[in-house]
Design a protein around this ligand. Sequence first.
Ligand SMILES: NC(=O)c1ccc[n+]([C@@H]2O[C@H](COP(=O)([O-])OP(=O)(O)OC[C@H]3O[C@@H](n4cnc5c(N)ncnc54)[C@H](OP(=O)(O)O)[C@@H]3O)[C@@H](O)[C@H]2O)c1
Length: 257
Amino acid sequence: MAKSIVIITGASSGMGREFAMQLDAHLRKTDEIWLIARRKERLKEVAAKMRNNVRIISMDITKESQMERLTDMLSDHECVIKMLINCAGYGILGDFANLTVEEQTGMVRTNCEALTHITHTCIPFMRKNSRIINLASSASFIPQPGFAVYAATKSYVNSFSLALGQELKDKGIYVTSVCPGPVDTEFFEIAEGGGHGVLAIKKYVMADAFSVVKKALRDSCNKKAQSVYSIPMISFQVLCKAVPHGILLPIIRGFKK
Ligand SMILES: NC(=O)c1ccc[n+]([C@@H]2O[C@H](COP(=O)([O-])OP(=O)(O)OC[C@H]3O[C@@H](n4cnc5c(N)ncnc54)[C@H](OP(=O)(O)O)[C@@H]3O)[C@@H](O)[C@H]2O)c1
């Protein structure tokens, strides 16, 4: 018999973990919640706090062979995906030339290529009223000197999600691009951990994962194409649309030094 499932990537921490906890508290008619990330022990800790049936899939989403395993699992269980939440991703602060090429291309592989791959894999298993939630960022609103590749990857996610949403609307599949500002998660351990830069503004606008995820789920439920949490980030988005980027970019540069 077909199995109705929810898939969450990046479920071992931060917003992915928060999506798992909030959905677990509200979902009724889902057979399984699939949690994906590399750190198995962390996934087990998340699963132990959940009451729904959980499947732990410890995998690196950038590895082709492991993605094939996921495709096989979806086919073997005749899955119907009610919701795909693409949270896995990371960013490293620092001027482009100061980071290694592996650090830069790794962000592109994880945030763009793997997200695209997993979305393409999952769509054939979706039905009317299925949902896709993609974690973009407010960094997608404008180019970010000092965070150039990360911001570009998130512009990709946002642009891809908005276009995909239009393509899938007639099938009754709804896509929401989530664009938070700084959120208090492990994200900054990696982003600032290399010592190449800090996001000075974060202490003024840091949001908590619970509120960002709660709004994202509500917006997805309401079929909204984009979810932007908090007045400062909504204002930032308006500013980025209204003011020429030539004026804003030097100011943004100042925040990343
Ligand atoms: N925190 C923020 O300020 C912020 C703001 C805007 C957008 N975002 C975006 O929101 C998403 C979630 O970030 P977060 O704040 O929750 O950060 P986080 O706590 O660091 O979580 C990132 C998750 O991605 C997983 N991951 C990373 N690379 C992976 C890979 N190759 N294969 C499988 N899983 C992988 C990590 O798990 P493992 O290490 O166990 O694999 C972890 O569960 C990211 O896409 C991030 O870019 C974050």
